[in-house]
Write a protein that binds this ligand. Structure first.
Ligand SMILES: CC(C)(COP(=O)(O)OP(=O)(O)OC[C@H]1O[C@@H](n2cnc3c(N)ncnc32)[C@H](O)[C@@H]1OP(=O)(O)O)[C@@H](O)C(=O)NCCC(=O)NCCS
Length: 427
């Protein structure tokens, strides 16, 4: 790491630096909110694993990043420890001098020293992180569903009890955390890669709060809970309605923050109710996995105007550990030739052997004489890591080279996963 002259890295260990962090954050991410207003909110800064850059000519911070330590990040067929890179920002007056590149180098060294195999993130702009070896591994979809859109029938939907309530973290926090976690583990042993839960107290706090200052004219957060005959929660949706009566015409939206069901009936029931609220013309949701059940319930999914974008980016920092942590959809035996400009330990030839469907891999250094089946950069391997981006699709874009099309097909099947990687929140 070679920081520009006059700058130095400093550990951000506690909230005595909160005002400095928020000052820099509001420079990096423009907002209508002034720092004093933000001080009182839940600010999920991973103190102790956050770092700032100070400049001798400036007070406060000119750069910063942090990392959440996740213990159970879902990868195909397993949960693993990982670092979640976050709070990345550089002051506009100090951009493009290599501060981010230096912070990334520091982060990678720290992650490897802690024995974590992956760094994951949500990107503010999609063009930033590929150069550091992060691959886009899980997309998200946004929908705008017209009020009253027809859904296919699902048996049992009408029998579920439904309750609308005002969102109350005390009353609903545990319930939604449990439903959210369980939904990501279905079907058992398979699960949804990338479906991170609010593991740390900071993340839990920020996803529970609903500060009036952040509502932008919309109503306070509401919740809809559906239960089975035994009273067990089968799903929840958090939403708020944004009123719009311009020209005397009611044209409000139901803005769904998250909607998670444990059964087809629960998903059907919640969407049916939210698509039938008075004084609204549509329901919107910003982040759902691209195989979310609503897409298969809508009779006319095109009318929901799906928009897909990148959501989860994965950087493999310890290749043999990362490949051994996940499971594979099919048996495979091949040699990968990997390039990695930033982590020399990952580069070279690796043999990956999986004996059975949904099994783990043995990952060993391959003999230099072993002909590689696939050649790819660590960025492409990161993109394929959650099973949602096909190695064959990456090959079609020239990001994977294959010796033999059948080896490529076998690898693409093995690296794939039955449930699409995705998440319904970001930070
Ligand atoms: C994005 C940001 C952190 C970059 O910081 P920086 O110190 O200017 O970055 P560096 O000087 O280390 O640049 C490293 C490389 O990334 C590139 N880069 C930086 N920001 C980029 C962006 N927004 N889009 C595309 N490329 C970008 C640089 O051109 C440089 O490329 P090179 O190494 O090929 O020459 C900073 O511009 C910022 O804070 N932006 C607003 C907030 C934000 O987007 N944060 C990221 C949150 S995920």
């Amino acid at each position: 790491m070679t920081l520009p002259d006059g700058t130095r890295l400093t550990a951000l260990d506690d909230d005595s630096r909160l005002a400095d962090v928020l000052e820099l954050d509001t420079w990096a991410f423009p907002t209508e909110h002034a720092v004093p207003d933000l001080l009182g909110l839940a600010n999920p800064i991973p103190w102790g694993r956050a770092w700032g850059i100070e400049h001798e000519g400036a007070s406060g911070l000119v750069g910063m990043y942090g990392a959440y330590s996740l213990e159970a990040f879902p990868v195909p067929g397993a949960e693993t420890r990982c670092a979640w890179l976050t709070w990345v920002g550089v002051h506009p007056g100090h951009r493009r001098r290599g501060l981010l590149r230096n912070m990334i180098a520091h982060h990678f060294a720290e992650v490897r020293a802690r024995g974590e195999a992956l760094s994951v993130l949500n990107a503010a702009e999609a063009g930033i992180y590929g150069r550091f070896g992060y691959g886009h591994a899980a997309p998200a979809m946004a929908l705008t569903v017209p009020r009253g859109a027809a859904l296919r029938e699902v048996l049992g939907s009408a029998e579920l009890a439904a309750e609308f309530a005002s969102w109350d973290p005390e009353a609903h926090g545990e319930l939604i955390a449990a439903v959210h976690r369980d939904a990501g583990r279905e079907p058992r042993g398979i699960g949804r890669p990338g479906w991170a839960t609010w593991e740390t107290p900071e993340l839990r706090a920020v996803q529970e709060e609903d500060p009036a200052a952040m509502r932008g004219g919309r109503e306070p957060l509401r919740i809809l809970v559906v239960r089975d005959a035994e009273g067990r929660a089968q799903g929840y949706a958090r939403f708020r309605r944004s009123p719009d009566r311009s020209g005397g015409i009611s044209d409000g939206a139901v803005e769904i923050r998250d909607l998670v069901g444990l059964s087809p009936a629960a998903v059907h029931r919640m969407w049916s109710l939210l698509l039938d609220l008075d004084l609204t013309s549509r329901a919107t949701i910003e982040k759902i996995p691209v195989d979310d059940p609503i897409l298969h319930l809508l009779v006319d999914p095109r009318a929901a105007r799906p928009v897909v974008r990148d959501l989860v980016w994965v950087r493999i920092l310890d290749l043999p550990a990362a490949l051994a942590e996940r499971r594979y959809a099919a048996p495979v035996d091949l040699v990968l030739e990997v390039t990695d400009a930033l982590v020399a330990e990952n580069a070279g030839r690796w043999r990956v052997v999986v004996d059975e469907a949904f099994g783990a891999a043995r990952v060993t250094r391959a003999d230099a004489a072993a002909a590689p089946d696939l050649s790819l950069d660590i960025e492409a391997l990161g993109a394929a890591h959650l099973g949602a981006v096909s190695l064959a699709a990456l090959a079609a874009a020239g990001r994977v080279e294959a010796r033999d099309p059948r080896a490529l097909a076998a690898a693409a099947v093995a690296w794939s996963w039955p449930v699409m990687a995705g998440a319904n929140w970001e930070f």
